[in-house]
Write a protein that binds this ligand. Structure first.
Ligand code: NAP
Length: 490
């Protein structure tokens, strides 16, 4: 580990101060960033507090005046350069992600490539942003719309995708002509700061992209309260999303919120069970189950439930748990030991209520020396009131439930305040239409366990959020539509 960190230091990719106005600034305090696999301290990162946040907002405001006027071709060129550098350093960024977040290195590098996809897409899409000419009711007049950047954007991100949650917001925002102040999660600031270093090397002008680390209670109100910041882009929990929305209301900011989920993974009795079981493993165990789109309630129709449970169990038996740097490991640690305790509480509730624990069911903290939890399979029967079914699990715990008919399955799947992703396995095309239309979720994977890509809209309904990331919609989020009416045309 020390070797890897030294190598990153040599390449100036281990940054521990905040990046503001193209300079590295420190604050009065520092906080430790630890490796969740072994509790070792990776670095002490500067907390720039309220003063640093104000400096970053001022820098972004000043930079906005020129960035918004920069030709879109020039913006695209710089963003593309950033993309090239991210890809060139995919191993380095992957190393940082595994070290501070814990996911297996292959998955971490995959995240870097996925995240870079949004950067490349945004660089291209920027050139396609356009308004329209419109019919008007007034003789001798013309009307048209313009797409203009929203302004300075405050961006607050979580730890589970330390690179992709930043690029998915920042690349389209920069492409649209906005400037950014990013506050990453305190668990994973190192990846964010390395992305800032690469943006600097790409030549993104000073003040356009700023990354500040520190106490959310001090930085958050500066971003939400400033009348210069015109939009808050947030990925994180529904609880914090609601709070930010309230705080942003005073200055009537635009908000784009990617919040929590409670994804049903529905397997109908006409599905290919083996493919469905493979899908469960892919959806459930990525990032040790710590994704917002992870299968949270596996709902099996009627008689196939036992067969599905068996197919999942046999695949789970092969999952290797350990440090994300160890060869062959598929399940890394959770983000910290509080997360282990939270997941275990959900499992203990299921045990108490009579659910069957088929494999796992306990922490592996003592055995493996880090924030590990055993991959766990639970048969919840018909008990949809288990805490596991009601709350986002955010851990490597798969829980299977049973239901009989289609209408009942739809009702149960929709019985949650969340509406991010849902999955449906079936071979009946009519069912695909009926059920995908009936599921109250922003994204539906049909016979597919993953839904995100740079070209497609990502986002939720109900308490899972507002707005879409990805595709042309992801860039449009960061624009205002202005209408111009020209009168007196002969
Ligand atoms: P979180 O606790 O909501 O934190 C997310 C970010 O918000 C962190 O940077 C956090 O910093 C910051 N924050 C917390 N309180 C704040 C406040 N009062 N003012 C300003 N910032 C504040 O979420 P998390 O535990 O890191 O991430 C897990 C959640 O994210 C899950 O619910 C997951 O479903 C969701 N998520 C959603 C998506 C999606 O696309 N929909 C993607 C990934 C994750 P501090 O930690 O310093 O407080």
């Amino acid at each position: 580990m020390t070797d890897l960190i030294d190598r990153l230091k040599d390449k100036s990719l281990l940054r521990t101060d905040s990046y503001v106005n193209a300079a590295w600034i420190a604050g009065e305090d520092r906080f430790a960033v630890t490796n969740p696999a072994d509790r070792s301290v990776l670095a002490e990162v500067a907390d720039v507090g309220e003063a640093g946040a104000r400096k970053a907002v001022d820098a972004a405001d000043q930079a906005f005046q020129s960035w918004k006027k920069t030709s879109v071709y020039e913006r695209a060129r710089l963003i593309q350069k950033w993309n090239d550098l991210i890809l060139e350093h995919a191993d380095d960024l992957g190393t940082l992600i595994t070290a501070e977040m814990g996911k297996p290195f292959g998955e971490a590098k995959g995240e870097v490539i996925y995240g870079a996809g949004f950067v490349a897409w945004s660089a291209e899409e920027a050139k396609r942003l356009h308004g329209e000419t419109l019919q008007t009711p007034f003789p001798g007049s013309r009307g048209w719309t313009l797409r203009q950047p929203v302004g300075v954007v405050g961006c607050i991100t979580p730890w589970n995708f330390p690179a992709a949650m930043i690029t998915r917001k920042c690349a389209p925002a920069l492409a649209a002509g906005c400037t950014m102040v990013v506050k990453p999660a305190p668990e994973t600031p190192l990846t964010a700061l390395a992305l800032a270093e690469l943006a600097d090397r790409a030549g993104i002008p000073k003040g356009v992209f700023n990354v500040i680390c520190g106490d959310a209670q001090k930085i958050g109100p500066v971003l939400t309260g400033s009348d210069v910041v015109r939009m808050i882009g947030f990925t994180g929990s529904t609880q914090v999303g609601k709070l930010l929305m309230k705080q942003a209301a005073d200055t009537v900011k635009r908000v784009s919120l990617e919040l929590g989920g409670n994804a049903p993974f529905i397997v109908m009795d006409d599905a290919d069970i083996e493919k469905a079981a493979e899908g469960v493993i892919a959806s459930k165990f990525r990032a040790a189950g710590q994704t917002c789109v992870s299968a949270n309630r596996i709902i099996a129709q009627g008689a196939i439930a036992d067969q599905l449970v068996e197919a999942i169990a046999s695949r789970m038996g092969k999952l290797k748990v350990g440090s994300g740097f160890d060869k062959g490991v598929q399940i890394g640690p959770l983000i910290h030991e509080e997360a282990v305790a939270r997941v275990d509480k959900l499992v203990q509730d299921a045990k108490k209520r009579g659910a069957k624990i088929l494999t796992g069911g306990s922490p592996l903290v003592d055995e493996l020396g880090g924030a590990f939890y055993a991959p766990t399979l639970i048969d919840g029967g018909n008990d949809y009131a288990l805490e596991l079914a009601c709350f986002e699990i955010f851990g490597p715990v798969a829980s299977v439930y049973r239901a009989d008919d289609e209408a009942e399955i739809l009702r149960l799947a929709n019985d949650t305040p969340y509406g991010l992703a849902a999955y449906l396995y079936t071979s009946d095309v009519n069912r695909v239409h009926r059920m995908s239309e009936g599921l109250d979720f922003g994204m539906i994977g049909v016979n597919a366990p993953m839904v995100g890509s740079p070209a497609t809209p990502f986002g939720g309904v109900k308490e899972s959020g507002i707005g879409r990331e990805g595709g042309k919609w992801g860039v449009e989020e960061f624009t205002e539509m202005k209408f111009v009416l020209l009168g007196g045309v002969d």
